[in-house]
Design a binder for this molecule. Structure first.
Ligand SMILES: [Fe+2]
Length: 454
C-alpha cells in the first residue's frame, strides 16, 4: 500500500480550524445528552511530506457540544505541540517533556480527573485541552508520571482509576500506569519485555490487566532504512498474552503463548469463573505496522484464557472485516452483552492486503452492533462514499440498560461534501437515525474519541 492513500479522499486533511454555533439537525437530539462528542486523528499541516506515515500526522480534535436537544457548537483544533505552534505562527505554551520528546497527540481524546486529554503512545506526553479544545500544555499528571503515557486507556468505574500501558523503544520494560480519580498517578508497575514491542491497546478485567506482547517490535534496521515508524513484524518474537493481577507485581505476570498475529484494539474483557475472556479485532498472521500491511484476514475474535492450564482457546465472533471496536464504557472490565464496530472500505483496503473478498463495497461504511450473548449482529449501512468512523455509545441515563442509549459516529455526507454526527438508537440500531447533526465541514477519517458527558 501507499502511504499517500492516507492523504487522499476521505483521509484528506482539512486546512482550517472552524467554529460554528447552533448546528442544523435532522431528527431530534435527545435532551438527556449534555456534553461533548470528541474525536482525535492525524491532520497534517500542509503536505510537505506526502508519504508521511498515517500515524504521524499532527493531532486534530473535532468536537460537537450537545445540550438541551441542541447542537451548540462544532470546533476542530490542532493540538499545539512546539512544531504545530510554530507552523501556525504561534508561541508554544511549553511544559513538561519525556526524554526530550514533544508530539501533537493524535490518537485518542478523553476526560479524566477534570482534564480533557489528547493522548498518544510510544513516549511523548498527552496534551491537555480546554473544554473548547484549545491547547493548555503537555500533561504529566501534575509531575507524577515518570515517563511517557499511552493512547488507549481503560477506566475502572468502580474505583475511578484510569489504567494504561506505556511502551517506549529505549526501555527494557513496559509500564502499567494507574491514574486515580484525582488525576495523579497512583501506581506504576514495570514489566520486563524483549525487543521493544509495540503495545497499542490492552484489556482490563476485574482481576487482571491483560497485556499483548505480539511480534511487532522496534527495528533498528527500519530506523537505518529511514522508516518513519520503525515498528516491523519480527518473526523471532514469541507472541504471548500476559495476565497481570490488578494489584500484582511484575513477577506475578502469567504469560501464555499464542499464535503469531497482530491486535490494534480490544473490544472488552472480563473474568468468567477462573477463566478470562478477551474480545478483539485481530489480524491473522504477520502485520507490518511500519507500512500498515498484513495479509489478514481481520476478524472479531475471542480468546478464552485458562490461567490454570496456561492455554488460550480462540473463537471467531464475526468474520467480517472490522475495526474500531467499542463497548459501553460502563461495562469495561465486566461481563457484557453488546459491542460496536465499523467496517470502513477505505480503511480495510488500506490496512489489509489481498482483500478482494474483504471489501464488499455494498457493505462499506457499516456500523455493526454485536449481541455477544445471542451471537447475532445488526448492521446499519450508510453506503458508498458515506465513510463512517468509530462509533461510541452514550447511555440515556447513568443506570440505563446496556444498550439503552445512543451510538454516535461521524459519517460523511457525500451529497453535502461535509460530515454529520449521526446518532442511532441503541435499541433500534437498524432504524432511521435519531438525529443527524450537520457539521459545516468535512471531518477526515481519523482514530478515536469519546462521548464526554458534562
Ligand atoms: Fe487505537
Amino acid at each position: 500500500m501507499i502511504h499517500s492513500a492516507f492523504h487522499e479522499g476521505p483521509f484528506a486533511p482539512v486546512t482550517e480550524e472552524v467554529t460554528a454555533f447552533d448546528l442544523p439537525v435532522t431528527g431530534s437530539l435527545p435532551v438527556e445528552l449534555s456534553g461533548r462528542y470528541l474525536r482525535n486523528g492525524p491532520n497534517p499541516i500542509g503536505l510537505d511530506d506526502a508519504e508521511a506515515h498515517w500515524f504521524l500526522g499532527p493531532g486534530m480534535v473535532h468536537g460537537v457540544r450537545l445540550r438541551d436537544g441542541r447542537a451548540e457548537w462544532y470546533r476542530n483544533r490542532w493540538v499545539r505541540s512546539r512544531d504545530v505552534a510554530a507552523a501556525l505562527g504561534e508561541t508554544w505554551a511549553g511544559g513538561p517533556e519525556h526524554d526530550g520528546m514533544d508530539f501533537p497527540a493524535n490518537t485518542h481524546v478523553l476526560s479524566h480527573g477534570g482534564r480533557t486529554l489528547a493522548t498518544v503512545e510510544s513516549g511523548p506526553l498527552p496534551y491537555e485541552l480546554t473544554y473548547e479544545l484549545d491547547t493548555v500544555a503537555p500533561c504529566d499528571f501534575g509531575g507524577t508520571l515518570p515517563g511517557g503515557y499511552a493512547a488507549h486507556t481503560k477506566l475502572d468505574r468502580r474505583a475511578g482509576d484510569l489504567h494504561a500501558i506505556a511502551y517506549y523503544w529505549a526501555l527494557d520494560h513496559i509500564q502499567h500506569i494507574v491514574v486515580g480519580p484525582d488525576g495523579t498517578v497512583r501506581s506504576t508497575t514495570d514489566i520486563p519485555v524483549s525487543d521493544g514491542p509495540m503495545i497499542h491497546d490492552f484489556a482490563l478485567t476485574e482481576r487482571y490487566v491483560v497485556l499483548f506482547d505480539l511480534p511487532v517490535t522496534f527495528s533498528m534496521d527500519a530506523v537505518a532504512a529511514g522508516s518513519q515508524l520503525p515498528y516491523t513484524w519480527n518473526p523471532t518474537h514469541q507472541a504471548r498474552i500476559g495476565l497481570l493481577p490488578r494489584a500484582g507485581t511484575a513477577r506475578e505476570v502469567q504469560w501464555i503463548e499464542v499464535e503469531p498475529c497482530w491486535v490494534f484494539h480490544t473490544l472488552n474483557a472480563y473474568d468468567d469463573g477462573d477463566q478470562v475472556v478477551v474480545d478483539m479485532c485481530r489480524y491473522q498472521g504477520s502485520y507490518d505496522v511500519s507500512i500498515l500491511s498484513g495479509r489478514g484476514p481481520l476478524t472479531l475474535d475471542r480468546w478464552i484464557v485458562d490461567p490454570a492450564a496456561g492455554k488460550v482457546v480462540q473463537q471467531r465472533l464475526d468474520d467480517r472485516t472490522q475495526e474500531f471496536p467499542r463497548a459501553d464504557e460502563r461495562v469495561i472490565s465486566r461481563p457484557y452483552r453488546y459491542g460496536y464496530s465499523v467496517e470502513i472500505a477505505e480503511v480495510s483496503r488500506a490496512m489489509v492486503d489481498g482483500n478482494g473478498d474483504l471489501t464488499d463495497t455494498a457493505f462499506a461504511n457499516t456500523l455493526i452492533k454485536h449481541d455477544l450473548m445471542a451471537g447475532t449482529t445488526q448492521v446499519h449501512a450508510f453506503g458508498r462514499d458515506a465513510t463512517a468512523g468509530e462509533a461510541v455509545f452514550a447511555p440515556s441515563s447513568p443506570d440505563a440498560a446496556e444498550d439503552d442509549g445512543y451510538v454516535m459516529a461521524f459519517v460523511h455526507d457525500p451529497d453535502r461534501g461535509a460530515t454529520d454526527l449521526v446518532l442511532l438508537a441503541g435499541q433500534d440500531f437498524t432504524g432511521e437515525p435519531v438525529a443527524r447533526v450537520h457539521l459545516p465541514v468535512r471531518v477526515p477519517l481519523g482514530f478515536h474519541g469519546n462521548w464526554i458527558g458534562d
